[in-house]
Write a protein that binds this ligand. Structure first.
Ligand code: AKG
Length: 405
């Protein structure tokens, strides 16, 4: 069809439905949301046929247990690998999730459940240490190490203006630990802003900590690459598109252990475990404990905003798309805003953020533009984009220097 992007053409199903029709083509938020709703109704009618893909997609009803009512699909790695990659229907479902909410679950991903549980246990052990021990590993300028409570303000506009006077809780009520890809200090690559050596707790305090985290980092990158291949197909790209050296071959990938304190959030006052934000990169793999807290807002321009819980998925990942994928896809795939609302219980989660290499230029994909739908975002390098976002949301850790030994 003249003027239509290749992705749009590829998603035209037998009955002529086109997931991308109108999406991001300059129509208003209300019209876009109505179209998504219409697509969703069509999708629900097809739900029963999901059962034949039980190796790939597990019943969506599970997402409705408890408080959750977000339309997300479960993607599980097939034991019959061919089914995953050759199934047009699977691609349709994934494409739908990427266009509709930018969130889906991945289960049966092949990471040993014992390893995942161990990462949670070790994370808790670290956060249980006395503050002076944690401060010895204070986050450095390469964003590695410990980030104390209230160091980040994910949504500076709302969190700060929501409070009538300065309130320490106007920052995210969480502490974190960052582990990047290990690059020795004397390696030329360590000159790049997000490469360098990691900081590690000493083995007398936390034996095996480094080994466990490194193992998980490696495994999570494997899962990311597999998911990125399916996303590449959903974008009508070559399956290995994101495997290129400047993308996932040498990514910026950050494992972030998160601990939310036992406070009650108050959205009206701008008090959150983590304020509303979208992730910056390609995708994020999120593992959480069973404490509810993550909410997403599919239409950030709607007033009032509608926030829906995303239920934890035991042993699996909540996967969400980041801003770079939204920019690459010209706004067709969504980097949805999300936040963490605490109910007074402590909460632990493990986020794995993946961005392409520092110099990778993020610019509209040929499959996502047309005369009628020209590029909406100017090209930007991966490092420049992340640096800008970090500058907007992180406090300067040098203010803690007096606490350091
Ligand atoms: O802990 C969570 O559930 C969400 C974490 C998150 O959104 C983030 O760190 O960007």
């Amino acid at each position: 069809m003249a003027g239509e992007g290749a992705v749009a053409a590829s998603t035209r199903g037998k009955k002529g439905q086109n997931l991308f029709e109108g999406v991001g083509a300059g129509e208003g938020a209300v019209a876009a949301s109505a179209r998504r709703e219409k697509g969703l109704r069509r999708f629900r009618r097809k739900e029963s046929s999901l059962r034949q893909f039980r190796f790939c997609i597990v019943a969506r009803e599970e997402a409705r247990v408890g408080y959750a009512n977000v339309d997300v699909c479960f993607l599980a790695f097939s034991r019959r690998k061919k089914t995953v990659l050759s199934s047009a229907y699977l691609l349709w479902v994934i494409t739908y999730a990427c266009v509709d909410s930018g969130f889906f679950y991945v289960i049966d991903h092949g990471i040993d459940q014992e390893l995942m549980q161990e990462v949670f246990r070790q994370s808790q052990k670290f956060f249980d240490l006395p503050l002076h021990e944690k401060m010895k590993l204070l986050r450095n300028k390469k964003y590695r190490g410990y980030e104390p409570f209230m160091n980040q303000t994910s949504d500076p506009g709302n969190q700060i203006s929501g409070c009538s006077q300065f309130d320490a809780f106007s920052c995210d009520y969480k502490e974190a630990y960052y582990i990047g890809i290990e690059v020795p200090e004397d390696d030329l690559k360590a000159e790049k802003p997000f490469y360098g050596p990691n900081l590690w707790p000493t083995t007398d305090i936390l034996p095996r900590w480094k080994e466990i985290m490194e193992q998980y980092h490696k495994e999570a990158l494997r899962v990311t690459r597999a998911v990125a291949r399916i996303i590449a197909l959903a974008l009508n790209l070559d399956v290995g598109f994101f495997d290129k050296p400047e993308m996932l071959d040498e990514p910026i990938a950050s494992l972030r252990l998160l601990h939310y304190g036992g406070k009650v959030s108050c959205p009206e006052k701008g008090i959150f475990g983590a304020g509303a934000h979208s992730d910056y990169g390609l995708i994020t793999l999120l593992a959480t404990d069973d404490v509810m807290g993550l909410q997403i807002c599919k239409d950030k321009d709607a007033r009032p905003q509608v926030w829906e819980y995303v239920a934890p998925v035991s042993g699996g990942f909540i996967v969400n798309l980041g801003d770079m994928l939204e920019r690459w896809s010209n706004g067709i795939f969504r980097s949805t805003i999300h936040r963490v609302v605490l109910d007074g219980r402590e909460r632990y989660s493990i986020a794995y953020f993946v961005e392409p290499s520092h110099d990778c230029l993020i610019e509209c994909l040929p499959t996502c533009k047309s005369e009628a739908n020209p590029p909406k975002f100017p090209p930007v390098t991966s490092a420049a984009y992340i640096l800008q976002k970090y500058k907007e949301t992180f406090a300067d850790v040098s203010m803690y220097s007096k606490h350091q030994p």
